[in-house]
Design a protein around this ligand. Structure first.
Ligand code: 26Y
Length: 824
């Protein structure tokens, strides 16, 4: 009877305007318990969101049911970060409801833009790696792969950034303050996770030595499900986020004795585990709580994955045919050890049989070669929190090194280099080594990066395993969010001119735009769209910084996490150079120059002193430049505070040029470079990461590349270290200018200047400065020819097909996971 009723309800989809409005009013009055006489934008947002959510739940259920019946091989994407941003607009577009619902709310006296603007970002990530996970989930859903994401439900996402006197200050991101309609609490999906305690040995009835781990601290993991709708499919997949809860409620005995604090302490400690996202990007900080987060998350996720596998009653040997687990960097590496523990200790498999299953299940993506980002954990810390896992890691290492020794007898050196254990005091577990040894494939995220990992950080592993274990999957971005949603006007124009929406599912069909690159009428429309996006950004800048910028100027943008290797410092130094040149010009000469608005945005890790000083310098320069009337509006500098996914959606469509200027070999891929070019922005970049492949696709004429190459970096650094390399003269002038106090008390900036001098210029700013300035001049020259610039802009978009995350996901599915689509 229930099933019959459910099927009847299910037919009643509210996808037309009237049904939507009925559902809207029902949610206002019942879900929100509000009066229909008093509906503000926030309530309108909630009611709209709940209406969409009803549809998501239905699709989610249908998808799960069909997967349960077909029982295909599942893909599990383990990521400590999912940088989802807002969900309402994305869901409306992916479900094809935006138009009807837009009219529906308009009728009721609301504007859809205002409603969308009420949503707070889900900011459960730092930067590239977290946003990549979000793009991949969109593609997995859109391509009908039977996939799950697993992560943590942080109570606090990435901090909010505000500026005070030009300095970054951090504020907590309590994003769950109001109800979150995009998560479904699964209070019935609960897993006990243990920590600490000891390991006992016993001999089983077959005479084998077995281990039981008895933890002394148990915490509950509760599942919260976030539905991810695909575009142009009924498929809706799931990200399962775990939240920590105490096993027991507070100690009533203590409470009655008046020891209130102690009574709630246990509860607070349990809830601590998923309280906060670590705000470090590409920088390891060895905090015990972070390790606890990692184990808590992988143990809960594996329990869930194993439970789902067991439902099908297949033998363990079939596990790798049913399950593919992708490790998003080393953060989930303990999953390898946990699966081995489950198979050996709990399921009683032989070590070798278990290890064979484990290594056929996992694959590992590396996202960086920066030494400071490599995860390593002190052995005593691991042994204390996870005693059985530490034993297993030592055994895995022993068997692995025995095999290494067989291949390289008498080579102690290679044993030390490959070992999972770093022999220091104390010893450390090298997570990347463990991830390589426990996986069947290891991939980098762009061609250059994948080659570099084979020749630098993992070169000794290539000697042992051969190079087939190491592969490349160049990153991608979802065109649904980064064009359709962020730039609706450009999306509509493209659809109109190529006569279909196919590009949303097959980005290579953007190549149909090529033949319009010289079409006068089309170019006019293209320019109109860009201009309106620039006006929108100019308004945003006015509201959020108070600076008035001219939408006719060239918009030059660098938005990303603030990090020395990304060289925002070099950018602002070149801005000072530009400012000084402008000041030297006569007003006639100034009339000829291309006006520029240089826009920065991005967060610095709260403990990253130098990165925070870069933000201060940008704001100090902005203050001087923006109020200097003598240069008129030939130059403006802005730092947009609190850069996040929804701010990116406003910034990216408005760029003329964006900067991706990392020291060659340091940026594994970069993904914002792809977003900018997809939106018809040109790029100024170094020969690094995915810039190289973008260059290959769009051609020499449509990109500005400069700087030393990756294979020159080592020699250049060596020269700085051991010889007196003179600083680039133009750069020296800029340094002198800062030191003269032109941008405020110069003592503030000396630690920053010192990175160039006594710090031996590790990121090679001086070495690239000359070619950087030349490339900047080429940008100015090119921008003077607006007609040709527009042609370049169109060709950029037309040639971006490769960088869809759909292409990347299909590569993972075919070459790494051996997984097939399975539609509901
Ligand atoms: C160890 C821990 C502190 C840590 C936390 C976050 C280490 C690394 C990260 C984040 C890394 C990250 O975001 N890497 C970026 O991944 C992108 C997606 O592959 C790349 O495009 C980008 O070049 C890379 O820096």
């Amino acid at each position: 009877k229930i099933v019959g009723l459910w099927e009847k309800c299910a037919v009643n989809e509210n996808d037309d305007k009237e049904n939507f409005q009925r559902s809207f009013v029902r949610h206002v009055t019942t879900t929100l318990a509000r009066s229909v006489y008093n509906i503000d934008n926030f309530s309108a947002y909630q009611a709209t969101a709940h209406t969409v959510r009803d549809q998501l739940i239905k699709r989610w259920n249908d998808t799960q049911q069909s997967h349960t019946e077909a029982d295909p091989k599942r893909v599990y994407y383990l990521s400590l970060e999912f940088l989802l941003g807002r969900s309402l607009d994305n869901a409306l577009l992916n479900l094809g409801l935006k138009e009807n619902f837009g009219e529906g709310v308009k009728d009721l006296g609301f504007r859809m833009e205002d409603i969308l603007d009420e949503e707070v970002d889900a900011a459960l990530g730092n930067g590239g790696l977290g946003r990549l996970a979000a793009c991949y989930m969109d593609s997995l859903a859109s391509l009908d792969y039977p996939a799950w994401g697993y992560g943590l439900r942080y109570t606090y996402g990435i901090f909010q950034q505000r500026l005070k006197d030009g300095y970054q200050v951090e504020f907590p991101d309590y994003w769950l303050n109001f109800d979150n309609p995009w998560e479904l609490p699964r209070l019935d999906v609960v897993v006990d996770i243990q920590f600490g305690g000891s390991v006992n040995k016993y001999t089983d009835e077959d005479g084998r030595v077995r281990h039981v781990w008895e933890g002394n601290d148990v915490i509950k993991a509760v599942a919260y499900d976030v539905p991810i709708p695909g575009y142009g499919t009924k498929n809706c997949i799931n990200i399962r986020l775990w939240s920590s809860k105490p096993k027991r409620q507070f100690d009533l005995g203590r409470f009655n004795e008046g020891q209130y604090e102690q009574a709630v302490q246990e509860q607070m400690q349990a809830e601590n585990i998923t309280a906060v996202l670590y705000p470090n990007d590409n920088h390891m900080v060895g905090k015990e709580l972070r390790l606890k987060q990692q184990y808590f998350w992988v143990a809960a996720s594996l329990h869930d994955i194993v439970r789902r596998f067991k439902k099908s009653e297949k033998p363990w040997s079939k596990f790798p045919d049913q399950v593919a687990i992708q490790l998003n960097d080393t953060h989930p590496t303990l999953a390898i050890v946990e699966l081995q523990r489950i198979l050996v200790d709990l399921e009683g498999l032989d070590w070798d049989e278990a290890w064979n299953i484990v290594t056929r299940t996992f694959a590992f993506t590396n996202h960086t070669i920066l030494p400071e980002a490599m995860e390593k954990w002190p052995v005593p810390m691991v042994a204390y929190l996870l005693p059985r896992h530490m034993q297993i890691i030592f055994d895995v290492n022993l068997f692995f090194l025995q095999n290494v020794e067989k291949l390289f007898p008498d080579d102690r050196d290679i044993l030390a280099k490959l070992s999972i254990i770093e022999e220091a005091t104390p010893q450390f577990v090298r997570m990347a080594h463990l991830a390589i040894v426990g996986s069947h494939q290891v991939n980098g995220v762009a061609e250059l990066h994948s080659n570099l990992i084979k020749t630098t950080i993992f070169k000794d592993f290539v000697k042992f395993y051969g190079s087939e274990k190491f592969t490349n999957v160049t990153n991608g971005i979802t065109p649904r969010r980064w064009l359709h949603q962020a730039n609706p006007k450009l999306g509509d124009l493209i659809t109109e001119v190529i006569g279909s929406k196919d590009w949303l599912k097959d980005l290579s069909s953007l190549s149909k735009l090529e033949k319009f690159a010289d079409d006068k009428e089309f170019k006019k429309q293209w320019v109109t769209v860009k201009r309106s996006n620039k006006v929108r950004l100019a308004e945003y800048i006015k509201t959020h910084t108070g600076v008035v910028v001219n939408p006719n100027a060239l918009f030059d943008i660098q938005v990303k996490r603030i990090h020395e290797y990304k060289r925002q410092f070099m950018n602002i130094l070149s801005v000072i150079h530009r400012y000084n040149s402008l000041k030297k010009m006569s007003s006639e000469e100034r009339c000829e120059v291309v006006k520029r608005v240089v826009i920065f945005g991005g967060k610095a890790a709260p403990g990253y002193y130098i990165a925070k000083l870069v933000i201060k310098l940008i704001n100090s320069v902005a203050e001087v430049v923006n109020k200097d009337e003598s240069i008129e509006d030939t130059l403006k500098v802005v730092f947009i505070p609190d850069y996040n996914v929804s701010v990116a959606e406003i910034i990216i469509p408005a760029s003329d040029i964006s900067q991706h200027i990392s020291t060659a070999g340091t940026e594994a891929s970069g993904t914002s470079n792809m977003k900018f070019v997809l939106n018809g922005g040109l790029i100024l970049g170094t020969v690094d990461g995915a810039n190289i492949e973008i260059h290959e696709e769009i051609g020499d004429d449509n990109i500005f590349m400069f700087g030393n190459l990756a294979d020159q970096v080592e020699d250049l650094r060596h020269a700085h270290r051991y010889r007196n390399v003179p600083i680039d003269p133009a750069l020296q002038e800029v340094i002198n200018d800062i030191e003269s106090g032109h941008f405020g008390d110069s003592r503030i900036f000396s630690p920053l200047i010192n990175t160039l001098t006594i710090g031996k210029d590790y990121y090679l700013i001086s070495d690239d400065f000359g070619s950087y300035l030349s490339a900047q001049n080429l940008v100015d020259e090119a921008y003077k020819n607006q007609d040709d610039w527009t042609r370049k802009s169109i060709l950029c978009t037309a040639r971006m097909g490769k960088f869809s995350s759909d292409r990347a996901i299909i590569e993972y599915a075919n070459r790494i996971w051996n997984a097939k689509p399975c539609s509901a």
